[in-house]
Design a protein around this ligand. Sequence first.
Ligand SMILES: O=c1nc[nH]c2c1ncn2[C@H]1C[C@H](O)[C@@H](COP(=O)(O)OP(=O)(O)OP(=O)(O)O)O1
Ligand SMILES: [Mg+2]
Length: 195
Amino acid sequence: MLEIIIATKNKGKIREFQDMVGGEYLVQSLLERPFPDIDETGSTFEENAVLKAEAVSKAWDVPTIADDSGLEIDTLHGQPGIFSARYAGPEKDDTKNIEKVLKELQGVPFEKRDARFVCVIAAAVAGNTYTFRGTCEGKIALEPNGDNGFGYDPIFYLPEKGRTMAELTSDEKNHISHRYHAMHQLKLHWKEIFK
Ligand SMILES: O=c1nc[nH]c2c1ncn2[C@H]1C[C@H](O)[C@@H](COP(=O)(O)OP(=O)(O)OP(=O)(O)O)O1
Ligand SMILES: [Mg+2]
């Protein structure tokens, strides 16, 4: 079976990639293929995704995809953006990150709470690297709801669904998410990249 590495230890991402890529490929993550933490020193999602994908593909010599993603909030001028994982501190605590967002948005009315999830996937294969971007538009809810998914899902409200991302089934999320849209772009180019 062909192998592909998903260059992350984030269990939420791993689950979603396994659902989206699994089947034809043996999908491995950095839980099975250990790798030291990679400093995300880039200033864009693209730069960080490339850093992660190239470091891991060089070390293991296996086709690798990496995901750099985050939440952009309009009234915060796009913050936390590439700093989403460590917004409330270095421990990458989802609950604390959510609390910080809700605090920053205290008193901001619903119509001014527009936000989007952004996902950039970098694919590093045989010395070449490609990036694909996907987004998902929504609103920051007034309080958390639901316990599916990960990260900021409990406060990411989807007006057309009438629910937060964390209230969707994984199957529903995997058909509308920023990660799905980035993955869809990658799949359109899959044969050229993974030949
Ligand atoms: O579907 C999502 N639903 C909710 N929240 C999400 C999602 N996608 C990204 N996010 C948030 C989580 C984290 O706060 C940040 C990603 O940060 P990011 O650096 O890409 O990931 P990470 O450090 O957890 O793992 P790694 O870099 O090893 O892949 O954005
Ligand atoms: Mg990270």
